[in-house]
Structures are given as C-alpha cells and as structure tokens.
Write a protein that binds this ligand. Sequence first.
Ligand SMILES: [Zn+2]
Length: 407
Amino acid sequence: MSVKAIAERAMEQGQGVLRLTPTWVPRVFCVPGRRIKLHPHDYYALGGERGGIDERWFSSTTPADNGPLTSKNEGLSHIVFEDGGKTELFLLRDAIEELKDAIIGKLWAKYQAWPMYSKFFDNQGALPFHIHHDDDHAARVGARGKPEAYYFPPQLNNHGGDFPYTFFGLAPGVTKEEVLDALRAFTKGENRITDLSAAYVLTPGTGWNVPPGVLHAPGSLCTYEPQKASDVFAMYESVVHDQVLSEDLLWKDSPEEEIGNHEYLLEVIDWEQNTDPLFRQKHFMKPVPVDDPAEMRAAGYQENWICYLSKEFSAKELTVLPGATVTIKDGGAYGLYVVQGHGTLGIWDIESPALIRYGQLTYDEYFVSEAAAREGVTITNPSKSDPIVMLKHFGPDAHTNMPVPLD
Ligand SMILES: [Zn+2]
C-alpha cells in the first residue's frame, strides 16, 4: 500500500485523529534526569556512544540534527496504523506531504509543512548558555529563526535536578565590550559568560517565552518545549557543569565568512531584549484559563493557555475531571500528549503509562487534524478520582482569545 493510501486509511480509522509512537532522542552531552517515564534500564538503549535519552519529541516533522551517528528518521514522529492484526508505522511528515490540508488545514497553503513541534527535555543539569538566531541571521545559513517556550509539567517534576534555575538575557548595565571579552575567551578555558546574566527560579506549573536572539541556559526541570520547526543555535558558554564545549558549537550556524568574527556573534544578540529590566514581566508565563473557570468546571473540564506569547506556536493544558465527558473544539490542527489519567478520545483509548520500555508503543500521543479539531473531539474520563491531563501544541493558526494580544 502507498503511504498516501495508508495515511488515508489511518485518518479514516481515527476519524481525523492519528496515533503517534514515542519519539526518543539521545544527547551525547547530557545526563538524563529520568523523569520522562522511560524504564530505568533504557536510558542508554541506543548505546553509550549516543549518550543518554533525555528528550522525547512530539508531533515532529523535524529531523534531529544529532551528529554523525544520528540514526535514520531520528526525531521524526511516526503514525501507528493497525489493521487486521498487522501494525504499520509511517512518518507523520510523509502523511502530511501526501494529504496536505486534509491534515493540517490552512497551514498547508502557507508552509507546505507542519511548522512546529514540541518536546520534553529532561536533564539532570543545566544546558549551556546559548542563543537561537532570528529569521534574518538564520537566512544567512539557509535556515529559519527559532523561537521557543517552556512549561514545567508538575506531573514530571518530583525533583528539580541539579540546577532548577534558568539564566535569561544579560544583566542591565552589562556592556557589549564585556560580552565580546567573554566570547573571545571561549577557547581560553571557562569563559564564565553567565557572570553577565541573571538566573530565574523555575516553578512547576509555569513557563517562559524565549524569542530568537535572547540568550538562555535552560535549567534542570523536566521541560515541555513547544517551538518553531528549526534547529539553529550557537553555544556561547565554553564550560558548563565541567562539560567542555568544542569551539565549532560557538560558530554553529554562523555563515562561513563570519567564522572567527566575534562581532558577528554579538550582532546575533538582540541587545534590547536581553538587557530589558522588565525581562521577567515580559517573558514569564503563568497559566491563563481559556474561558470562564467556573463555567468550564461546571462543564467537567479546565483548560489553560500555558504558552501564549509567540506568534509561531502556542500550547494549552487540558484537564478533564473524573467522571466527565466533554467535547473540546480548537481553531487549528494540534498534537497532544497525555501526561496523567486514562479514558477515551474519539475512537481512541488514551492513557498515561507509569513506565515505558524503549521501542514500546503507547496510547499517550496523538495528532488531531484541523477538521477534527474544529468539529470538536469528545473525551471521556471514567476514573472516580484521577483527572485526565493533556498538553496540546498548536501551530500559528489557532490563536483565538489569546490572554495577551500578539502584534
Ligand atoms: Zn534554546
């Protein structure tokens, strides 16, 4: 059967909702925080030289750029199609390429692709202080700029790891000369660039928005991270938690002719945003109810915007209360991950497993087509005590009634 034929049948079978496999991604430089439900024996299932598994990617049509050992289709979400006892797996990316607007609606005309993905990153320590280029700087290496956002699910944060604080931006008053000195010191040992920054406490159940051009060193909470589909970055810190970073990561995604030019690295920094004294006020995200909380509760659910400050993507947390059946409508296609509870969603069983073996298929991740999202999906929670909680990630087309207007 062709991919198109299988994709059509999967859409039919799921009534516009596609079931996805868990997409695990290892990182050589990171120590897993062990909070993403993988079996304790499986965090190194890809072999020691690939590093530990510290990420799970959601609704991804973006391959992981993970060095020379990257396996085929790493980082790409697969659809599960079961028919007469046979299980077939195929790429969400291929299904969208074949069925186009039948899956992602009006986003197809604009992007010819699903333009975002989300992931968990789950590290025992903090990540290096780094930056993502904006559209203009990314265009110089044939890429797109990358905004991202964070939300810290309480269900996955029973411990905060070694450093539950994130450095954002530069302290007001820091000079460009000081930053240049730190960048020039990259190859001379510890460049201590975070001396010029400020760290903020990370609180489970809240999040942050990170536009391109803003320096950040994500802390060690298990983080749900919706983002634009792009992988541009450059590491501006040379040693973090006694891990030494190689100089090519400093120049990653600099055009050939700028390599060695530290002024270029400075230019990638959005100076105004990085030194803004109101940084926290402008980028910290407390969940905001999508509707009147009392009315939602009476109808059996609670839904919050959790990431709502980027034009490129957004995310919601939906809670369906014990014993309730609700029909939830949304403005655009989305991916979802079930982080707590069990029940049904449309024709599907949904459940949040306590433990997952590497390679095991689950019923905790789905992709909802635009038509199904607009029509509304019906979710039933049969539990007497446990809510169903799901995280939902959207592209740039589902932004209605945003808590803060996006210009
Ligand atoms: Zn980042």
